[in-house]
Design a protein around this ligand. Structure first.
Ligand code: FES
Length: 170
């Protein structure tokens, strides 16, 4: 069941006057543009950092499109997130070469080490785990991308070594 605007949690950007103003500014700026939905969502992701379910409902109302359409776009593109991303993002390549080369086993290891599934963020807000498409380094499969840095030929037992520095607050 998708969230409606009747019950916005206090932690939501829509409940914060300053952030609400930014959201309204984005909507006012792009709502009449053809294909404005994608532009609005891109701006919300970049400026607010994520697109919560109440924000999706608000965008739908303001742009007069079904909430299911907004939700569909947000969940289809991995660039969009519905919760804030962690300080670091760890992406596992799901392209064919990496998948066949062992990405599923690395993901299993990540679940054991971090206790989260792809699409989730650790409770300390340090690491978000995501899946991605081929990053063009197939000869290095399986590839794990940490923030902007690619690590190739990653074996599950090497993953803790890659994750450890990310788990320490600097
Ligand atoms: S399949 Fe992973 S880099 Fe191409």
């Amino acid at each position: 069941m998708l969230t409606t605007l009747d019950n916005i949690p206090a932690s939501d950007p829509l409940a914060n006057a300053e952030q609400k103003q930014r959201i309204d500014g984005i909507l006012d700026g792009y709502k009449d543009l053809p294909g404005g939905l994608m532009v609005v969502l891109n701006e919300l992701q970049s400026q607010i950092g994520f697109i919560s379910e109440p924000m999706q409902a608000y965008v739908a109302e303001r742009l007069q499109v079904p909430v299911s359409t907004v939700h569909g776009v947000v969940t289809f593109y991995s660039f969009f997130t519905t919760t804030p991303r962690g300080k670091h993002t760890v992406k596992f390549c799901m392209g064919t070469a990496c998948y066949v080369g062992g990405t599923p086993q690395i993901i299993e290891k990540a679940k054991q080490v971090l206790g989260i599934e792809p699409g989730q963020t650790t409770s300390d807000g340090m690491i978000t785990v995501e899946l991605c498409r081929c990053v063009g380094a197939c000869s290095q499969a399986p590839v794990v991308v940490v923030d902007e840095e690619s690590h190739g030929r990653v074996r599950p037992n090497k993953l803790p070594q890659i994750l450890r520095p990310l788990q320490e607050p600097k």
